[in-house]
Design a protein around this ligand. Structure first.
Ligand code: NI
Length: 149
């Protein structure tokens, strides 16, 4: 009976659980490859390459996967995750022009793919290495990307 303490049961669990935090930010961007001329940019990126930029309402979902901590029962404290996303992602990108206002996209085309990779890297280095991290980024309701796959 002593062996089946609640702490013991949790210790023996190897099941991973995924927790998710959803956040939102608005940002402007322009898809543009400086190695190409204007016509090529327009042909490849269409309206998304309009010189005067356009905006998106980005929905970001951060997924953290791991075994719940034996003391807290948490994979990760959601308040800490929320604070981390606000500090690392929203402060940097919310209400910004990604091309003009951010270091990350000065020399990187701000596609949803690249934005997801940048966000992943920012969060990954601040989250316990024992936990897996994945980001899903919605650029529109119907277009979204995930990284890593
Ligand atoms: Ni766009």
């Amino acid at each position: 009976m002593q062996k089946i303490s609640s702490a013991g049961r949790i210790n023996n669990m190897s099941e991973k659980v995924a927790v998710f935090r959803k956040e939102h930010f608005n940002a402007a961007h322009r898809l543009y490859n400086p190695a190409w001329d204007e016509d090529t940019n327009r042909r490849v990126f269409g309206k998304c390459s309009n010189p005067n930029y356009h905006g998106h309402n980005y929905e970001l979902i951060v997924k953290v996967t791991g075994v719940p901590d034996k003391n807290t029962g948490y994979v990760m404290d959601m308040k800490l995750l929320s604070d981390l996303v606000k500090e690392e992602v929203l402060k940097r990108f919310d209400h910004k022009n990604l091309n003009l206002d951010t270091e990350a996209f000065k020399n990187l085309n701000p596609t949803a793919e690249n934005i997801a990779i940048v966000i992943y890297k920012l969060l990954r280095e601040k989250i316990d290495v024992a936990l897996d991290v994945q980001v899903r980024l919605y650029e529109t309701e119907r277009n979204f990307v995930e990284y890593p796959v």
